[in-house]
Ligand binder design. Structure first.
Ligand code: IMP
Length: 409
């Protein structure tokens, strides 16, 4: 069975925790896109792990994790992460595989990423990890894949610093290489989790272009870049927060205008620890945007939603969510393609009553306060998609499962 777990907003929805939770029942976890721009946080018994390249399933001792074809991998960053895991007692050897079709991020890419960003009149706010350059070179057919590292003719085309780096790292990378298509064909009866990075609205095709990342963070990426065909995907889970955040630049219709001390924006940032795992940047905060969430659900065939960070609202008397946009006087319920329209979009907000008590200890849906269940019911109706899991805290145990995604319908 093949399940895709993806972000349904602008990234940072809590996918790492959900993948980690679901990996208990999976045999294999495949990360299908992105690179060291991503940051996934997992908390187990008070221990916090920050992952960037390694799939979140790694924290179970018996799982195999694969860095998929759609990823762009900086070997230096990868091995620093693996060594950090080993120091904390996570034995990764023999359990981390890399698709030999995945692209390698070379040292000049970071520099070029920063130069391109500096030349933009409107910077995207990239993480500066060379990700955009790696994907651009992939598209122009000038990238270097893991399978190419032994090909001296190919390395001869590279800048000397890049070629030297490729030669330096290949001996450590090659033993981890796998033909992902053949591997997943051989494991066709396994339970496989396909883990997305970033989120639907940062996808190169369906996101808020050009303020997006440069990989496929859409569900379709799990097929094209995860090593299976599209009809082999059994279920797509879209993870979203009770509110919305964004790091980097670009339109964000529900962003709070007031980010001054004591504002709701700062309250949510502090309560939800909304700081980038990769860059430490404070995340921009705003109410839940249901127009954007429904767009993400439709473009990705999301058939179950997973709500996270609901506990961040515990102390609020009331809060709102966006149910439409007003764009230069026009009422719009579909997510616009034009950045200008998105920038001019004023949210039409619906008010909800808060529950004013801690939900951190809730382990069953019925234990959630009525006001929280009303909020969830409204989301389900608006997006026409059931919410099958709710996260009420960062620990693995703080998870309510209404329906296991591994149950075949
Ligand atoms: P890049 O992927 O580093 O080129 O960054 C492009 C845009 O995507 C910037 O706005 C980043 O902040 C954003 N971005 C990239 N990766 C993530 C992520 O994992 N979470 C949230 N935003 C991200």
């Amino acid at each position: 069975m093949n399940i895709v777990v993806m972000g349904a907003q602008w990234g940072d929805e809590g996918k790492g925790k959900i993948v980690d939770y679901l990996a208990a029942d999976a045999g294999i976890a495949v990360r299908f896109s992105g690179g060291a721009n991503a940051g996934h946080t997992i908390v187990i018994g008070g221990e916090r792990y920050a992952l960037h390249l390694v799939p979140s399933g790694i924290l179970y001792p018996d799982k195999t994790v694969v860095l998929g074809t759609g990823m762009v991998i900086d070997p230096e960053a990868l091995f620093a992460e693996l060594e950090g895991l080993a120091e904390r007692g996570v034995d990764w050897r023999g359990r981390v595989l890399i698709s030999d079709r995945a692209h390698i991020v070379l040292p000049s890419y970071r520099r070029r990423d920063k130069e391109m960003e500096a030349a933009r009149r409107r910077p995207i706010g990239t993480t500066g990890r060379g990700i955009g350059v790696a994907y651009a070179l992939k598209a122009s057919r000038d990238g270097v894949r893991l399978a190419d590292l032994g090909d001296e003719e190919r390395l001869a085309n590279l800048e000397p610093e890049d070629a030297a780096f490729a030669r330096e790292w290949r001996a450590r990378l090659e033993p981890m290489a796998v033909d992902l298509v053949a591997y997943l064909r051989a494991h066709r009866n396994a339970y496989v989790l396909f883990e997305g990075a970033q989120g639907a609205l940062l996808d190169i095709d369906t996101g808020s272009y050009p303020f997006v990342s440069s990989g496929m963070s859409c569900a379709a990426g799990a097929a094209a870049q995860g090593g299976i065909g599209p009809r082999r995907i059994d279920r797509v889970l879209g993870v979203f927060k009770a509110y919305t955040t964004r790091v980097g630049n670009g339109p964000f219709p529900t962003e709070f205008a007031d980010d001054s001390p004591g504002s709701l924006s700062q309250y949510i940032r502090e309560t939800g620890n909304e700081y980038g795992v990769t860059t430490g940047r404070p995340r921009r905060c705003g109410y839940l945007d249901l127009v954007a969430l429904r767009y993400a659900a439709v473009t990705n065939s999301i058939d179950r939603l997973v709500l996270t960070h609901l506990d961040v609202y515990d102390e609020l008397d009331e809060f709102e969510a966006c149910v439409a946009y007003r764009i230069r006087g026009r009422l719009v319920e579909d997510f616009p393609s034009s950045v200008r329209d998105l920038e001019d979009a004023e949210p039409v907000l619906r008010r909800f009553t808060g529950w004013k008590r801690s939900i951190a200890a809730a382990r069953a849906y019925e234990e959630l306060p009525r006001e929280a269940r009303d909020y969830i019911a409204f989301i389900e109706e608006y997006v026409e998609t059931p919410v099958s899991m709710v996260s009420v805290g960062s620990d693995r145990a703080q998870t309510i499962v209404r329906e296991s995604p591994w149950t075949r319908s």
